[in-house]
Write a protein that binds this ligand. Structure first.
Ligand code: OAD
Length: 257
């Protein structure tokens, strides 16, 4: 990634009033959370999503599925937001202070954008930090779930499952609508750390491209969307995003004036 490209994107972002940031597993990679599709290390290279992350698997074998998500939660619980999460939150604060905004739309279930200071995060695939009773629909924070047996159960006797979107399930309507509003109202669209192959979420990238707003991809590897982007910044988000803020002059007179 050369500095010219970085400067061009920094200038786009500096001038934008509303920015939509769309993220995937890559933004949390530097926090130690596995991505899904990287060869060898990706979760789906080691585990079968149809056995562990499909709604039919939950119905067939709730013990195995809830145990696996509890294991995944333990990884998230140990993780801290990285410089990329912090940079996104900083950008949001900056734009809000100037009457604009940054909408953060994520496919991640790890809560790290919020832990890094981002607000009103739109979670397309739910959150592993909330678990839901299958019998009553009531929700509880993961700290309130008793994991001494699997599957965990509520006081009402229902199975508690993570409040996430499994394969074969619909995405939450409110999040879909909020994400669409974000994409339709942005002046600049950023996609960060997603392979952009899982729909309907990846459709928001296409929506932004078809609107013709400047679009930027941050990812160390090329994705199916790379060639359609106005700019691509090839590198890890924990490195690229703070550098972008530096080039915007955050903290000096250029950005404040
Ligand atoms: P993937 O694993 O498909 O893609 C991760 C992307 O992050 C790839 O393009 C990597 O090149 C990139 N990447 C890796 N390290 C990075 C870094 N340090 N900085 C920036 N980018 C980096 O993950 P997602 O696209 O998020 O859904 O996957 C989408 C959905 O598929 C997930 O939400 C999950 C999964 O199945 C469900 O479980 C419903």
């Amino acid at each position: 990634m050369d500095d010219t490209e970085l400067r061009a994107v920094a200038s786009l972002i500096r001038d934008a009033n509303r920015i939509a940031v769309f993220t995937g597993a890559g933004v949390s990679a530097e926090s130690g959370i596995e991505t899904f599709r990287q060869p060898q290390t990706g979760l789906w290279a080691r585990y079968d999503p149809m056995e562990l992350a499909h709604v039919d698997a939950l119905a067939r074998d709730p013990e195995t599925v809830t145990r696996w998500y509890h294991w995944r939660f333990s990884k998230c619980a140990d993780a801290k937001p990285n410089a990329g999460h912090h940079a996104i939150a900083e950008l949001q604060r900056l734009k809000r202070a100037r009457g604009g905004g940054v909408d953060v739309v994520t496919q991640n279930i790890d809560g790290l954008h919020q832990a890094g200071g981002a607000e009103d995060v739109i979670e397309l695939h739910g959150s592993i930090l909330r678990w839901r009773c299958q019998k009553t629909g009531s929700m509880r924070a993961i700290e309130e779930v008793d994991f001494s047996a699997f599957p965990p159960r509520s006081e009402a006797g229902g199975i508690l499952r993570p409040d996430i979107v499994l394969f074969g399930e619909m995405l939450p309507e409110a999040a879909l609508e909020a994400a669409e509003r974000a994409v339709l109202s942005c002046d600049v669209f950023l996609t960060i750390g997603t392979s952009a192959v899982v729909y309907p979420a990846a459709g928001y990238i296409e929506m932004a491209i078809s609107r013709g707003v400047p679009s930027v991809e941050v990812d160390p590897d090329a994705t199916p969307m790379s060639t359609h982007m106005t700019h691509t910044l090839a590198g890890p988000s924990g490195d690229v995003l703070p550098r972008l803020l530096e080039h915007m002059g955050v903290g000096d007179d250029t950005e404040r004036s």
